[in-house]
Design a protein around this ligand. Sequence first.
Ligand code: SF4
Length: 100
Amino acid sequence: MNSELILRLVSLAAAGHRPPCGDPDTSGYWTSEDPDERALAQRRCRGCPALRECLDEGLTTKATHGVWGGHDLTNMPKATRSRLRAKHLAATTDDAEALF
Ligand code: SF4
């Protein structure tokens, strides 16, 4: 896990918050084999304060399964992943919504 994501998650925890994927009732959606559950996870990522760092982690580690930063990287075609990476790099820190 990259240091930016770790720092963001630690900062959230110190403030008494956890990201939506940390809810024990639904945390399995992020890595579910069911695409409908992963779609639900994607929607729940919106507004997460760690979204940008999380997407960076998924793309940098070339994750091939699960939802990262509001995007389902499961079997994502290489061309789609490349476009997402370019969009991610172009977005400003304050412009997380531009990542969708
Ligand atoms: S953006 Fe990342 S840390 Fe935030 S809820 Fe989604 S998967 Fe969890």
